[in-house]
Design a protein around this ligand. Structure first.
Ligand code: NAD
Ligand code: UDP
Length: 319
């Protein structure tokens, strides 16, 4: 297949480029590098099946050639309140990537009768009142809260994806991605994995927001990529949760990172993120297990070892 992948220079997007090329597809990675990096795809520039297009997906996409699939992954993704690449610092860009970007990407899929996949998120469940979260849960999102720029953009993106499916017959997929980590995460994007690993490698105390009792469930990027490929090749048009159901508190997570990096500086508690930091998050993945025959394989500590090894190579992490 020839595949258009928006957000191809990002963390997940670049892993997906690798996997799609390895599977024998041609990939056009489209990105405006607002939160991603050309470093993530530098190793692909000499690959004949790969092409990079610098473009903002919020602007009309005029592809010179037909494609067989459009995978829409372009969007800021970090909820950090301070990082310049967090979506709270890029509110309008985030809304545009989710709304106009999804509309434009769907337009390309419709024009070429191509498959379409949306990178949606567990954030559509907001601060969930149902636990674990099944795809049938409608969520608990504040439509005017600070995180709404991301959550509501993704909820709109899901809605327009289903509208193109129902109205125009586009063969769509919606992946609801839960916290994913691994090599190529941006060290400075403020998410918990790069923050904690960066702090640990510098011998600093890890900044636990709030009392650290909030939970997350972390999925290694190779597992996610496998799930995305299974979903693409399935006939599944309804949303599918992709994540690792192994749930831990953020304080436990900090302790694991400190142990794996032999950091003795411990943790320091800081004011929590204001408004809407989900208190618990764990995917119910029964739909993916039943319909895609997928479940994650990489245990947390193994995935973290690989991620720590990656960050150790980054000069800024150890500085
Ligand atoms: P990322 O920031 O590393 O990647 C996003 C990429 O999209 C970047 O390369 C960025 O430059 C590009 N981009 C953003 N806006 C753009 C625009 N207007 N035009 C063109 N390119 C644009 O983040 P990621 O973690 O790799 O996330 C990728 C996708 O997966 C996002 O859609 C995100 O919402 C979704 N997702 C990620 C996670 C996670 O845990 N990493 C969880 C849920 C959903
Ligand atoms: N967090 C933390 N310290 C940090 C960064 C994040 O305690 O330095 C917490 C944050 O409050 C949240 C969890 O870790 O409860 C996961 O945050 P992340 O930014 O990775 O993304 P989220 O899961 O909220 O989308």
């Amino acid at each position: 297949m020839r595949i258009l992948l928006t957000g191809g220079a990002g963390f997940i997007g670049s892993h997906l480029c690798d996997r799609l090329l390895a599977d024998g597809h041609n990939v056009i990675a489209m990105d405006n590098l607002i939160t991603g990096s050309s470093e993530n795809i530098a190793h692909l520039t000499s690959n004949e099946g790969f092409r990079f297009l610098f473009h903002n997906v919020a602007d009309y996409i005029n592809l010179p050639e037909p494609v067989d699939a459009v995978l829409h992954f372009a969007s800021p993704a970090s909820p950090s309140q301070t990082a310049p690449t967090g979506y709270l610092q890029l509110p309008i860009q985030t809304l545009k990537a989710g709304a106009l970007g999804t509309l434009n990407a769907l337009g390309v899929a419709k024009k070429h009768t191509a498959m379409f996949m949306l990178a949606s998120t567990s954030e559509v469940y907001g601060d969930p009142l149902e636990h674990p979260q099944h795809e049938t849960y409608w969520g608990n999102v504040d439509p005017v809260g600070p995180r709404s720029v991301y959550d509501e953009a993704k909820r709109f993106a899901e809605a327009i994806t289903m509208a193109y499916h129902r109205t125009h017959g586009v063969d769509t997929r919606i992946a609801r991605i839960f916290n994913t980590y691994g090599p190529r995460m941006a060290l400075d994007d403020g998410r918990v994995v790069p923050n904690f690993i960066g702090q640990a490698l510098r011998g600093k105390a890890l900044t636990v927001y709030g009392d650290g009792t909030q939970t997350r469930s972390f999925c290694y990027v190779d597992d996610l990529t496998n799930g995305l490929i299974q979903l693409l090749h399935s006939g599944e048009n309804t949303p599918v949760n992709l994540g690792n159901p192994h749930e831990i508190t953020i304080l436990e997570f900090a302790q694991i990172i400190n142990r794996l990096t032999e950091n003795t500086a411990g943790a320091v508690f800081q004011d929590g993120r204001t408004h809407g930091d989900p208190q618990q998050r764990k995917p119910n993945i029964s739909r993916a297990e039943e319909r895609l025959a997928w479940k994650p394989q990489v245990p947390l500590e193994q995935g973290l070892q690989r991620t720590i090894a990656f960050f150790k190579e980054k000069p800024a992490a150890g500085a």
